[in-house]
Structures are given as structure tokens and as C-alpha cells.
Design a protein around this ligand. Sequence first.
Ligand code: F6R
Length: 241
Amino acid sequence: MEIIRVNSYEEMSKTACKQIVNQLRQSDRSVLGLATGSTPEGLYQQLIDQYKEGNVSFQHVTTFNLDEYVGLAADDPNSYRYYMNEKLFRHIDLPDNKAFLPRGDVDDPEKECQDYEALIKDAGHVDLQVLGLGLNGHIGFNEPGTSFGSRTHMVTLDESTRQANARFFPTLDDVPKKAITMGIDTIMESKKIVLLVSGEKKADAVNQLVNGEVTEEFPASILQKHPNAVLIADEGALSKL
Ligand code: F6R
């Protein structure tokens, strides 16, 4: 895995933005895999700026997000669909019908997982997948213990993940207990992976990712085996290497 060391969160966001702009210059019909959470917010702002300056268009792009909470509708301010609309989609020219997330408010989440896999398959493959890193090594919502062979599936969130994400909800009790996530195998099929990590609190996780053994107990460790994965991380995140 290539490591790009940057000085700040802003530089991480700009470097990731360049990777995406380069991808879209190679093919304006690229399929992008996207993440939510705090980490990619700066990247999305950079992409919006690039779009507004006329340097990039998303007109022919397709996007697939990693995950969504089960039970939350698209207009729920805590849903990942809402996050993506607010942080990126409504500011750029990506067609609405090309921006996919698993739907959290369906009657049959298991069927939604199958349907989501089929949509990704129909699109060919993800050309570039953006990832963030959970403190416990999760990628998407694939918590420790998830099979490396997993495809899009429904998960029960770790208590530590619910606590980490509680900052977005009124109380911890409001954080959903289940989510739909792309599986590890689904993620690993992406042609390129761009993993973003910022801040000292992720330093132990980054150390385990880079130097630890490849084990399902630390899902992100599988990225060591990806032929085209890049970690863009700031000094804080790399401070324990
Ligand atoms: C989000 C996702 C998660 C986050 C991870 C880090 O779609 O799949 O794996 O990337 O929890 O979250 P932040 O960036 O908030 O630290």
C-alpha cells in the first residue's frame, strides 16, 4: 500500500481531490465509491470547488456509497443519503439517478443488499473507492470479525461504533443498531482504493493497518493485499508508525 504523508487535514482533502479529478480525466464515465463520516467532508468541499471552477464535471459519473443506517429514510438528517445530498450531491451536476446508496427504510433490508450488489454489478465495477478508517479497523460498516469474503450485507453495529457516531445524534439511544454495508469483498473489487485518515486518535489504528497482520479481526488490514491502494494520512495519523 502506497502511503502519502501530508501535513494537515486540508492537504489530505486536496490530495484526495486530485486523485478523483485525475480519475475523472481518465474517464468522465467513472464509477466512484464514496464514504460518509467526518473524514471526507473536506474532500467533498474541494470537489465542489473544482466543479464550480469548471475543472470537473460529474454529468456522466455514477457513485455508490458504502453504507446506510437501517431504519432511516432519505430525508432523515442523520441518514447517509441526507449527508451526501447536503455535503456533495446538491452542489454538483451528478444526475440524481446515478447517485446510489443502500436504502435504509425498506421493508426488506436483506433484499436491498442483493439489489445493491446487482446495481454495482450492472455498473461494471467501482473505479475508485474512497474509504475512511474506524477506530476499531472497520471499513464501511464491516466490523471486526466480518468475513473477508463478505458482499453487501446487513450488520449489527459495534457498541464502540455507535458511541463514535453518537456525536451526530441527539442521544446514544437514537443511533441505529443496524446498517447495510458493502462487504469487504465488494470493496476489494474496486480498481483503486483511496483511504483517508486524519488525526492522532487514529494513530493506533493506522499502525495496526500498516504493520499488523492481515486478519478479519481488523478488517482494514485486508487493504495490504489490494494491488492499488493508497493511504493519504496526516502527521497525527502517522505518528505511531
Ligand atoms: C462511512 C463509513 C465508515 C467511516 C469510519 C470513519 O461511510 O463507512 O467506515 O469511514 O467510521 O468515520 P469518521 O470519518 O467519522 O472518523
